[in-house]
Write a protein that binds this ligand. Sequence first.
Ligand code: CMX
Ligand code: CO
Length: 140
Amino acid sequence: MLLRIDHVGIACHDLEEKIEFYESTFGLTVVSREINEEQGVREAMLHVADGAQGASYVQLMEPLHPDTVVGKFLAKRGEGVHHIGYGVADVAKALEEVGAKGVRLIDERPRHGSMGASIAFLHPKDVGGVLTELVQTARH
Ligand code: CMX
Ligand code: CO
């Protein structure tokens, strides 16, 4: 079901500062910047590598307001890894299969993610404390 690690989602207070850090420290390049009102984040995708099943990224996220998922995470835990996004071929099918195994789905249906992807989240309490995102990349 899981084709690759699509991205690691990292929560931060200052997006521009963290972009600058990842660029100057690791030589990564920003390939997309977006504001996702629905998810309450301002975010950037930085390209890490290309693999046979597609690319991998670092997703840096700054909350739009304190009263958002990432805003609350920062207040509670501080900056750091917030979620892991795995690439899947068909996110609706993957949700159905994972849901049938008893994992709580945060999203019953896919939502809009970065760069036109369809995404859905699984509850961290049912995935060993890891907030898990399934990502179906947009077709080009
Ligand atoms: N990773 C692991 N555990 C987490 C977590 C995270 N990112 N966020 C919350 N939790 C844990 C908390 O520690 C808490 O556990 P305890 O009860 O043991 O303390 C429990 O989950 C409930 O946490 P909460 O602070 O009360 O938070 P909520 O229940 O309000 O929200 C969650 C948690 C997972 C439902 C919410 O973060 C969510 O809906 N996430 C999906 C959407 C999202 O993350 N969007 C931003 C990214 C967008 C993108 O990638 O494009
Ligand atoms: Co993500």
